[in-house]
Design a protein around this ligand. Sequence first.
Ligand SMILES: [Zn+2]
Length: 603
Amino acid sequence: MSNLILRIALALALPLSQSALAQSSATPAQAATFVAQAEKELAAFSILSGRANWINSTYITDDTDALAAEFGARGTEMSVRLAKGAAKFDDLKGLSFDLRRKLDFLKQGIVLPAPEKPGAAEELNVIATRLQSQYGKGKGTLEGKPINGSDIEAAMGTVRDPAKLKEMWTSWNDNVGAPMRGDYARLVTIANEGAKELGYSDVGAMWRSGYDMPADDFAREMDRLWTQVKPLYDQLHCYVRARLHEHYGARVQPATGPIRADLLGNMWAQEWGNIYELVAPKGVGDVGYNLTALLEAKSYDPIKMVKTGEGFYTSLGLPALPASFWERSQFTKPRDREVICHASAWDIDNKEDLRIKMCIKVNADDFVVIHHELGHNYYQRAYNQQPYLFLNGAHDGFHEAIGDFIALSITPEYLVQIGLLDAAKVPSADKDIGLLLRQAMDKVAFLPFGLLMDKWRWGVFSGETKPDKYQTEWNALRLRYQGIVPPVERPATAFDPGAKYHIPGNTPYARYFLASILQFQFYKAAAEQVEWKGPLHRCSFYGNKAVGDRLNKMLTMGASRTWPDALEAFTGSRTMDGSAMIAYFQPLMKWLEEQNKDKKCGW
Ligand SMILES: [Zn+2]
């Protein structure tokens, strides 16, 4: 996660005080003055509010909650006012590229815009807050006893009894999702009116407009990328279904058709890594080493883990992190106070005051997360010379992809290079299937879910999916793209989308799909730059300054150019491309096709 998106993308709902009608008398000079003033105001505010949020996240008390809420409300008010002000220049011709781009960013700084009519903003705010808090307080049941969100999420990954899985899945969706349905429909109506006042046809179109192409083209672009990677998902689905059928028997998981959604180790079936041990092939399923054990054996502590992560970036020629990073970050969970442990990366002063906030445990997962979070920090610092409104990723998928791209480089060879793994213990090529299958269970399995979250919302916001079809359309998309079915019949009054945080939380989701695709494209580009000859997934470009130089070219651009310009700076291509992911998983694809050759795949 990166915190910076929140800086301008606050969910909003205060009254809009000015008319959205374009002023025929507006001049480019007025637009320039407006933007300059907005950047000044936003920059000053972001530092103060960043500090308040940092303190709140690392020391939760009633007082810091109140301060964070106060800054949230002020930020909301400011974003709405500036979006509305920017919309006034919509029809103004003759603006420079930078000026037009900054005005667009100001308009898109709003996730949920409220219309001007009296009371609408308050109502939208009340509904959005209620949805979020319902989600936060939501509980399912396990063996009839209430179980909270984070515990039920964890239990879905470890419980293997299909009756208990079904109970948790059904109770969570019934208790958390269903009560939100009416509120959500109302929220859609109000926010759509707000989007229209800003010049968008609906909220979905507004969300899709942040990708340097017409909103409809972006929807097609998502479909195109999905088509590229779908054959790999189909093979994975086919293989996993067969193993679940073997494990649970036909009454729980039939040999053909869709997979039962609660058997995949995750409440939303969005990542399947938790059931790796159920599907790991005998012999080749063992990846040959255990990173957690290696970290323990070499007496790594949290700071040493972060230093190691930093070492990857400095090996590429990027500068060391500032002393303040080491003084101000939260690396471990404090003993004596409440904090938010969810990992995030921060840039408090928009220049050098970089920090991560984690509760690091010495294990493989957190080692990967550290590399990921530092990707955000290095991106933030690389673009810190840009004007305020360009202090961002090339599009919202880039920011998540950078860290993941670097984290992909934690290959066995890299672990040898940093002295964690003995060169003699590097797993032989026959272990690659295990390594790749374990990764695919998370990264490939995620793709259709990453796609359908916003497909569903785009339909809802455009009015194509009416409230009485919310559930059936959700089921249809889950079946069509993921090839999964609920463990029980879902009534039309259910509202399963509400049981996934980003729907009541109103966080757009396309970015996660794009990041999944881009990280492999970046990785393949790096491999080509170092003229890597081996299998793609074994490439390490650790220590390669030429790769670092090119990467830095992309990072320093921030959001100042279109994303194809940024992509080209590092990869040489102006097009997002799912074929890199296919190339990365090629050995697994071959192996899966072999395993599935006598099966009827698909659903
Ligand atoms: Zn992140």
